[in-house]
Design a protein around this ligand. Structure first.
Ligand SMILES: CC[C@@H](C(=O)O)C(=O)SCCNC(=O)CCNC(=O)[C@H](O)C(C)(C)COP(=O)(O)OP(=O)(O)OC[C@H]1O[C@@H](n2cnc3c(N)ncnc32)[C@H](O)[C@@H]1OP(=O)(O)O
Ligand SMILES: [Co+2]
Length: 139
């Protein structure tokens, strides 16, 4: 497998609205997208663009959101995952499995419209790792 560029840093927050204010007023972010719901992933999402990567703000959506546990431990929010691009999602899944790393569920469509999967943080040096097939438009 050939690891590609860092696509985004996932940041869990109890309030995307409050985080947008923080990123705009304290961080000086100028390219902040509109928040949208992603019910299949149990999160509300908002992209903050930086020149070389995105910050992906995620807020829990619904009772079964996968980030409830994280926010219970980190009520103010915090860095949740790192996402790297790969050219081929199935090849990448087979690669991680062959290394003995736990792939969490099956690949599914992510917020950028390409296939993603997650690798367990306990098998990745404490970092919840998202693997994403490179978008065809390069974003
Ligand atoms: C916006 C859509 C999409 C995209 O396109 O980009 C996304 O990014 S969606 C992002 C949200 N979705 C997910 O995170 C899906 C994958 N995650 C999971 O399956 C679970 O969250 C998890 C990683 C298995 C954790 O499950 P949870 O029930 O919350 O916790 P556990 O108690 O089972 O945790 C075990 C262990 O791992 C530690 N942990 C949990 N989350 C993280 C984390 N984000 N980073 C680092 N470590 C994490 C947790 O603290 C436990 O450790 P111990 O306390 O030492 O046992
Ligand atoms: Co993500």
């Amino acid at each position: 497998m050939k690891l590609g560029r860092l696509n985004h840093v996932g940041v869990a927050t109890p309030s995307i609205a409050d985080s947008i204010t923080l990123y705009r007023e304290t961080m000086g972010a100028v390219a902040i997208g509109e928040p949208f719901d992603l019910p299949a992933q149990g999160v509300k999402v908002c992209f903050v663009d930086t020149p070389n990567a995105q910050i992906e703000l995620i807020e829990p959506l619904g009772d079964a959101s996968p980030i409830h546990g994280f926010l219970a431990k980190n009520p103010g929010g915090g860095q949740h995952h790192l996402c790297y691009e790969v050219p081929d999602i199935n090849e990448a899944k087979a690669w991680f499995e062959a290394k003995g790393a736990r792939v969490l569920g099956e690949p599914r469509i992510g917020a950028h419209g390409t296939m993603i999967f997650f690798v367990h943080p306990k098998d990745m040096g404490g970092v919840l790792t998202e693997i994403m097939e490179t978008p065809k438009d390069g974003h």
